[in-house]
Write a protein that binds this ligand. Structure first.
Ligand SMILES: NC(=O)c1ccc[n+]([C@@H]2O[C@H](COP(=O)([O-])OP(=O)(O)OC[C@H]3O[C@@H](n4cnc5c(N)ncnc54)[C@H](O)[C@@H]3O)[C@@H](O)[C@H]2O)c1
Length: 469
């Protein structure tokens, strides 16, 4: 019957059902052959922890495990559930059913100013779990962001040892690497299926198998795949592209301060510069950089050099400085508010609008807002937070209001995240004659909203804009 998997449909296990794996499992289950039949049965695998079970239960009920503004992802989860080709479990024995395993678990960095490091224990254990159950010939695709060299020097030896212990050939599994560029947000699902992919294989056969799989999940007609020569090259591509982005953002920070000091609008300057095709992706000043990836990925190259390639002589000052600059960027906004409020935050009430790490997501991991709130409170301010998508802020252990408090109850408002909801927010109706300091820290406000704030009598300031200071 079209819509349901045919007997013998290949099984893909996705290990790790977080922001990447949860969406990837749904993307895989949504792939259809020309006759409309599912190309794969997708089985999500997570740990038997409360968090793991939450994610497993959600997928088993046909729900995406996270709040998302992407209705296509929500609908695709329900459709896959109805078609019967998406389920999830904490039982690793399921890897024995797999033709393909996609690894989407996390790999955290112990961040330090000098010499950040990674504890591979959990990651190694996850790889061993796959190798302890998978059938010979299964393709293992690592999508987790890893230090370059990890597939060759960590994953392949772990697979080999576990296979040896089973009396199997050390190369009985095919190993490939292909990294995710998924963008949680309004185009969450499409950012997996309609986007360019890079991949590589530990062997040519693994690369071919990886290509064949990706070609059935991703729209490769419009978004052709790129094969690289080795897994180390593909791992480097991921880490380098995120390091480039983080450095580009960090680089602009000092120019924002300059613009504010000399009374120019840096956004106007940047728009002029972007007319040059070679410079059209120059970043702009903002509130800060958060999320799970850009805050750690630039550290991976140094870790790889020191820990995987025994080359402690290689230095990566730009990438490491980008992480440092971005980590303290929210304090620029805090300092600005402090100055605008007369030099002290003690006893002041500040409304922070936006606690997610980026627009239109509910993810608060490594959110720059956390730095702002913690330091603001340390300096004696009463920082109240509001976000249209986040209801609980796990890192701070607090509830987050969906609506802002009355404008007359706050001394300052900081717009931190350009959520779509904020661009439609009626500031005139909210201000109602109140005149708090308004700091647009992330180019959130539309021209009409700016006019509304100014017309209400509130003082409007913006990060990167000296003109209005
Ligand atoms: N979040 C993003 O936007 C994004 C984008 C591109 C790439 N990445 C990369 O993708 C990877 C995953 O990121 P994420 O945001 O989905 O992480 P996450 O923390 O949201 O999810 C990881 C999941 O893996 C599970 N897990 C850990 N060990 C496991 C094991 N042994 N067996 C089964 N499940 C296990 C965890 O319980 C968790 O549910 C990271 O390397 C990240 O850098 C993330």
């Amino acid at each position: 019957m079209p819509g349901h998997p045919a007997p013998g449909t290949p099984v893909v296990c996705v290990q790790g059902l977080g922001f990447v794996g949860g969406a990837m499992a749904i993307a895989i289950a949504s792939a259809r052959d020309p006759g409309g039949r599912p190309r794969f049965t997708a089985i999500g695998v997570d740990l038997p922890t409360p968090l793991g079970h939450e994610r497993i239960d959600a997928l088993n009920a046909g729900r995406f495990p996270f709040v998302t503004g992407d209705h296509t992802l929500v609908e695709a989860a329900a459709a896959a559930h109805a078609a019967g080709n998406l389920r999830a479990t904490s039982d690793p024995a399921v890897f024995a059913e797999a033709d393909i395993v996609v690894v989407d678990i996390h790999l955290d960095v112990a961040r330090a100013d000098e010499a950040s490091t990674i504890d591979f224990t959990g990651f190694r254990a996850a790889i061993r779990t796959i190798a302890s159950h998978a059938r010979p010939g299964t393709l293992v695709i690592v999508e987790t962001t890893v230090p370059p060299g990890t597939c060759e020097r960590v994953v392949a030896p772990e697979l080999a040892a576990a296979l040896r212990a089973r009396g199997l050939r050390e190369d009985a599994l095919l190993l490939a690497h292909s990294y995710e560029r998924v963008m949680p947000g309004e185009d969450y699902l499409a950012s997996i299926t309609n986007f360019w992919r890079v991949y590589s294989g530990h062997t040519p056969a693994a690369a071919d198998a990886c290509e064949a799989f990706l070609s059935q999940v991703i729209n490769v007609t419009d978004y052709p795949l790129t094969r690289l020569a080795s897994t180390t090259a593909s791992e480097t591509a991921k880490v380098l592209e995120n390091s480039y982005r983080a450095t580009n953002i960090a680089f602009i920070e000092e120019w924002g301060r300059f613009a504010e000091a000399v009374g120019i609008d840096l956004f106007e300057v940047l728009t002029a510069i972007r007319r040059r095709p070679t410079h059209n992706n120059i970043r702009q000043p903002g509130f800060g950089v958060g999320g799970y990836c850009l805050t750690k990925d630039p550290l991976f190259v140094g870790i790889a050099a020191r820990e995987l390639f025994d080359r402690p002589d290689l230095g990566f000052p730009f990438s490491e400085m980008a992480v440092r600059v971005n980590a303290v960027m929210p304090l620029v906004s805090l300092d600005r508010v402090q100055t605008l409020l007369g030099g002290t935050l003690r006893g002041k009430r500040i409304l922070l609008m936006g606690v997610a790490y980026r627009q239109d997501v509910a993810d608060t991991r490594y959110s720059p807002s956390q730095t702002f709130v913690e330091e603001g409170r340390r300096r004696g301010a009463d920082v109240v937070v509001q976000d249209p998508l986040v209801t609980e802020w796990p890192e701070l252990g607090i509830a987050v209001a969906a609506e802002p408090p009355p404008a007359h109850s706050v001394d300052a408002v900081v717009l931190a995240v350009p959520h779509r909801a904020y661009r439609a927010f009626d500031f005139s109706a909210w201000l109602q004659g109140a005149t708090p300091i308004v700091l647009d820290a992330n180019a959130v406000l539309t021209p009409a909203q700016r006019q509304a704030v100014i017309a209400s009598g509130a003082a409007l300031h913006a990060i990167g804009e000296g003109r209005r200071a």
